[in-house]
Design a binder for this molecule. Structure first.
Ligand code: AHR
Length: 483
């Protein structure tokens, strides 16, 4: 195979919002307690935050962090989680049948985001909670008026408002597993009401309505609240056979199709409701989910193929950068986790390394590229014409650097490709970063942490046409200057 990648340096398609590399933490299993937060651990700081986890999170520049759930959010009462920790009530969480100590609450979450450098994204309780309770939470967090809840925040040690920009109007309320389960019409009205009054407290807030990955639901909801919300969400978990490499790496193309479908629903809603703004897509839960269950604390081992799947999701989101402007992997630590912890150690999965590669080495401006590659098909989800080579081209306009991500989805073969750049002059030494492991299913363990990771390869001298051999089962980012 000699494949072709054409890159058009002067054809900008849009800006990639950094929030697509976002994450999600839920009060579930060991995500928060024993993951990011572990009181009394020698590995924790004075806040109880695991320092090793925080360091790892900083290395993937988490731009936005969603909390407190997920299903948990729909029976969470925020006032349980403020004030002196010893006095906070222990509650039974009926979403996950677990005891909640409430030691990690709003102040701890905000502090965590501040230290990690992430924008907080809070999901409201539309299940067992009321509008009144949500308004109080928003006021507690974002207002500076002389009111009961603002004074309460000040008494709890924070004079300055937290200025939480993103508020989710509930979670997966279309499903019977969710507290507050209701119809699209009922939810659409509630979302309108919540969004409308939340914005009275702080007009700078952006709200996210619950989408269902179902055009019927999504259209009905948008008809009712599209004028007052900023995003509609979509959640996708996939279960490709862990031993079938092609099923796994092709799965991102299903996600691309569903995101495109949601975009078309937004366009339909917009065309007859004439919103004065473009509603964005928040892909605020996504991952591979195979066997994890409450019994296994929702933990799932991930291998290199899963990491390459995640790279495919990033390339897909780049292609849809004008409509998908936020995404949150479910979840950041232990629960379907990009990071795993033990009492005294930390492990970075191939999905973590996919984030590492893209958040550090890809740029913000998405440009046109055309790939000519052989294809394959899978029975899983009936996916057809999946190219072995999948590329995304971005440029850093300020520093004039082309950052090109190329996935080789072939399980066994290295693939040589000729890269042609048009609309600018490329020259000099290219830096090359590669996500790979010895085998397509390599994974990291506490004993062998480096089986899969990103390494920097030898630089390569290039000009407007060059060839590169992309190793089997890998993702490569090539960075080179242009004029
Ligand atoms: O991420 C785990 C769970 O999956 C979330 O709580 C829920 O929103 C989804 O069903």
């Amino acid at each position: 195979m000699d494949e072709k990648i054409q890159v058009y340096l002067n054809k900008k398609i849009g800006n990639i919002n950094k929030n697509i590399y976002g994450h999600f933490i839920e009060h579930l299993g060991r995500c928060i307690y024993g993951g990011i937060y572990e009181e009394g651990s020698p590995l924790s700081d004075e806040n109880g935050f695991r320092k090793d986890v925080l360091d790892a999170i900083k290395r993937i520049r988490v731009p936005v962090l969603r909390w407190p759930g997920g299903n948990f959010a729909s029976n969470y009462h925020w006032e349980d989680g403020i004030g002196e920790k010893e006095k906070r009530p222990r509650r039974f969480d009926t979403a996950w049948s677990a005891i909640e100590t409430n030691h990690f609450g709003t102040h701890e979450f905000i502090k965590y985001c501040q230290i990690a450098g992430a924008e907080p994204y809070i999901c409201l309780n539309l299940g067992t909670g009321t509008l009144d309770e949500s308004l109080a939470w928003v006021e507690y967090c974002n207002s500076n008026r002389d009111t009961h809840f603002v004074n309460m925040r000040k008494q709890n040690g924070c004079d300055e408002p937290f200025r939480v920009k993103y508020w989710g109007i509930g979670n997966e309320i279309y499903g019977k597993w969710q507290h507050g389960y209701c119809s699209a019409a009922e939810y659409g009205e509630k979302a309108r009401e919540f969004s409308q009054f939340i914005k009275k407290i702080d007009p700078d807030i952006k709200t996210i309505a619950v989408g269902a990955n179902n055009p019927d639901w999504d259209l009905e909801v948008l008809k009712r609240c599209g004028h007052i919300v900023d995003y509609i969400s979509i959640h996708i978990y996939l279960n490709p056979d862990k031993d079938n490499f092609y099923d796994i790496v092709a799965a991102s193309s299903y996600i691309e199709e569903r995101l495109k479908l949601l975009k078309s629903v937004i366009d339909v809603a917009g065309s007859f409701l004439s919103f004065d703004k473009e509603i964005q897509i928040a892909f605020d839960e996504w991952n591979i989910w195979r066997k994890a269950s409450v019994e296994t604390q929702m933990e799932e081992p991930y291998n290199l193929a899963d990491g390459i799947f995640a790279c495919g999701v990033f390339n897909s989101m780049h292609r849809l950068c004008n409509s998908v402007t936020m995404a949150n992997l479910a979840q950041l630590v232990n629960v379907l986790g990009a990071i795993s912890t033990s009492k005294d150690d930390i492990l970075l999965t191939p999905i973590y390394w996919a984030f590492y590669l893209y958040s550090n080495y890809m740029a913000d401006t998405f440009i046109e590229s055309v790939v000519d590659s052989e294809n394959f098909s899978t029975d899983f989800l009936n996916l057809k014409n999946i190219p072995y080579i999948d590329a995304s081209a971005t440029i850093d306009e300020k520093n004039k650097i082309l950052c090109l991500a190329v996935i080789n989805r072939h399980k066994d073969n290295n693939i040589q490709a000729t890269i042609d750049a048009f609309g600018g002059k490329i020259s000099g030494n290219a830096r090359i970063f590669e996500l790979n492991g010895k085998t397509p299913f390599s994974f990291n363990t506490f004993e062998e942490k480096q089986n899969v990771r990103v390494i920097e390869k030898k630089p390569l001298t290039v000009d407007n046409r060059f060839s590169y051999v992309f190793p089997a089962h890998s993702t490569t980012v090539i960075q080179v200057k242009y004029e």
